[in-house]
Design a protein. Structure first.
Length: 218
């Protein structure tokens, strides 16, 4: 049997000392307990394409981090035959950014506010191209937003996020997917009103995700 250490090193670039829970299974919080198979996870790591994400929580936010990761991974595995690897999770104190001042949440011609500029600098050294932030909210009143400064890919979700918001924002970033008017689709909005769970992706969305430059394989 392939050793866990060599898979972690060869496929994920993780060196000993390893935490099987965090570095292999990708579990960083206790909010979604379930049985997790090491064998199944090693099979995913060795055989399926994946995208790395780093997780940053602002102290004072109320993340449902594991639920969000598990929901997104369920959709990725089912719809794309790919998976999401959380490289690390940190909590930082930035009280000024808990409620984010944002000029807009648009995908084209986005104006980066000073606070967004500050937020999207955090976590850039954690080992992932994409960083997901947990804050409380924004002045725009969104549940989440995937607009980001150029060259610093990421998104934030707030405390009014639905269980699908994190996956939805992640999907805006990876594959550059836009909204869908099909209520079964992950890119329907608001995500709280998505029907027939788990949420679907179209073949076109899947292809765009798999073609994303951040997608890699062992
Ligand atoms: Zn959206």
């Amino acid at each position: 049997m392939t050793s866990v250490k060599s898979v972690a090193q060869n496929c994920l670039g993780k060196q000993p000392t390893l935490s099987v829970r965090e570095d292999i299974l990708g579990v960083y919080a206790n909010d979604n307990p379930q049985d997790r198979s090491l064998k199944k996870q090693l099979d995913l790591i060795e055989n399926k394409p994946f995208v790395r994400v780093a997780l940053v929580t602002l102290q004072g936010a109320t993340p449902t981090l594991q639920r969000d990761l598990d929901t997104a991974n369920e959709i990725y595995q089912r719809e794309c035959d790919a998976w999401i690897y959380p490289v690390d999770s940190i909590t930082v104190t930035r009280n000024n950014l808990l409620i984010l001042d944002q000029d807009d949440c648009g995908s084209s011609g986005h104006s980066v506010s000073d606070e967004e500029d500050e937020l999207f600098d955090i976590g850039r050294n954690l080992g992932a191209d994409i960083v997901g932030y947990y804050i409380n909210s924004s002045n725009g009143g969104f549940a989440g937003c995937a607009a980001h400064p150029s060259g610093r890919r990421g998104f934030w979700v707030g405390n009014s996020a639905s269980p699908r918001t994190w996956a939805h924002e992640f999907c805006h970033v990876v594959g550059d997917n836009s909204h869908s008017n099909n209520s079964n689709n992950l890119m329907f909005t608001p995500t709280a009103n998505i029907t027939n769970l788990p949420a679907d992706l179209t073949n076109g969305q899947r292809d765009d995700i798999l073609a994303d430059p951040a997608m890699e394989s062992c």
